[in-house]
Design a protein around this ligand. Sequence first.
Ligand code: NAD
Ligand code: IPM
Ligand code: MN
Length: 353
Amino acid sequence: TGPVTLAVIPGDGIGQEVTAEALKVLEVASPAGVTFEQTRYDLGAERYLATGEVLPDTVLGEIREHDAILLGAVGGKPNDPNLPPGILERGLLLRLRFELDHYVNLRPSRIFPGVTSPLSRDVLGDDEVDFVVVREGTEGPYTGNGGALRVGTPAEVATEVSVNTAYGVERVVRDAFARAEKRPRKKLTLVHKTNVLVHAGAVWWRLTQQVAAEHPDVTVDYMHIDAAMIHMTTNPQRFDVIVTDNLFGDIITDLAGAISGGIGLAASGNINPDRTAPSMFEPVHGSAPDIAGQQIADPTAAILSTALLLDHLGHPEAAARIEDAVLADLAERGTARRRTPEVGDAVAKRVAG
Ligand code: NAD
Ligand code: IPM
Ligand code: MN
């Protein structure tokens, strides 16, 4: 077996800064005998503004040949007249998720020891907060199915149609049940809005019940998205595995990041469970133009994303080394503010032992 090939897309803003730290850690965490061969792809705002290119087909073709992808974040400066909204988000990030069939967008949330949650101790109690959101990654309102009529007139009509196929829903629900099955509490919560989005809701509801019948040991419940937000801020301990659609999952996981100590800690994997294309690992957060260029972003989410990457590639021991190092680092630093490279150096040093 040759080297593990890794496509690295640092992207924009703090994406560049946190990816550098993630790579530092990955370097020292590599399991014995495993070498990583990185190819860096300079995609993002700068490339688009200079050349008009977002993700050329040839580049996508090259990326597809790698074993995994590490991504920082994409998104240029807000309100740049030369950068229409969505160009990079849709053309780069979502295109990768769709083309590489990343139907499981895996977003774990835990309050790590030593980390301060904005939720008070009274709310949190003694039970651990440790849940994972299985966000559908290829459908829902993200498909770009919609359009606008009579743009700019008082009679303008804009639609964004949510696509929910039985195929797409069943496969992500199955994945979520399989994950619930492996966790100690074996609990799965479907989050949707079946009381209003009745067509899509019916598909999610029916397929969840159907797959549930094959997993009698998994406890299943259902919550509307609005009520789920109440529970996430008043009793997040109750969640174990949450399965939900693409847009609800996007929103839930920023809140989940915030309640578990900050968006700078939230890692994610865009997983292709069938392994027909490389999976992609990235922090949940974006390019944070408000703090970009200052080296003050927390690279922990990017670092933890490399642990998810190693785990996916079949190196759970190396993944655990990174996670343990991050845990020890967080336990020691608490919520102290440090510069981006300081965090990367500290974690890398711990991983190296
Ligand atoms: P954002 O996640 O970039 O930032 C939200 C807030 O969180 C900001 O105040 C930011 O400073 C803070 N923050 C984010 N990451 C942090 C970190 N690691 N350490 C400390 N603070 C951190 O979301 P936004 O401002 O809504 O979006 C900015 C751009 O990023 C937009 O163009 C958006 O489309 C894009 N975006 C990309 C991704 C991605 O590439 N996966 C994800 C989200 C947003
Ligand atoms: C995320 C981001 C993306 C999403 C955007 C930038 C397309 O917010 O990864 O959470 O909505 O999925
Ligand atoms: Mn998001």
